[in-house]
Design a protein around this ligand. Sequence first.
Ligand code: ADP
Length: 166
Amino acid sequence: MPPRTAIYPGSFDPLTNGHLAIIQRGLKIFDRLVVAVANNPQKNPLFTVDEREALIAEAIQNDARVEVDSFDGLLVDYARRKGVHTVIRGLRAVSDFEYEFQLANMNRKLLPDFEAVFVMTGEDYFFVSAQLVREVATFGGDVTGLVPPNVAVGLRRKVAEIRGRR
Ligand code: ADP
């Protein structure tokens, strides 16, 4: 059987343990995953795309089954370029479902053989979002256990850098 590959797209600003759990579980379904950082400057990200990619690569610890990459523009165009038409996404709550349902259908309209696979988060991480992690870290809160250790270090450094600039 040819290896099965899926793209796991997201902002990953920064990578959280919730994302990592989806990656681990995704690897039970797929042979390979491409974790793809979306470059979306309108979102006013905390970390640059390069920094986000480096944090993911570090946390994954050179797992040969995982490729870390980034893309600009539409996910379907990236999927076409990669020749990988399946994506994996995580679902936390009903609110995620509505958005993801719209997104998956729009993507399928743009790319007919596009498929999305959804993995439901476990009770450990359903409350973890990158946005909340950013907020907590920016105000000096403790994010231990919510993000991998290298991301916690990266967050502390970034927050200190921003404070130094003010
Ligand atoms: P966030 O929504 O945390 O800002 P992203 O835009 O990077 O993060 O999300 C990428 C994907 O990962 C989405 O499918 C999102 O639903 C999923 N995801 C994010 N956090 C979690 C979590 N704690 N558990 C399960 N899936 C998650």
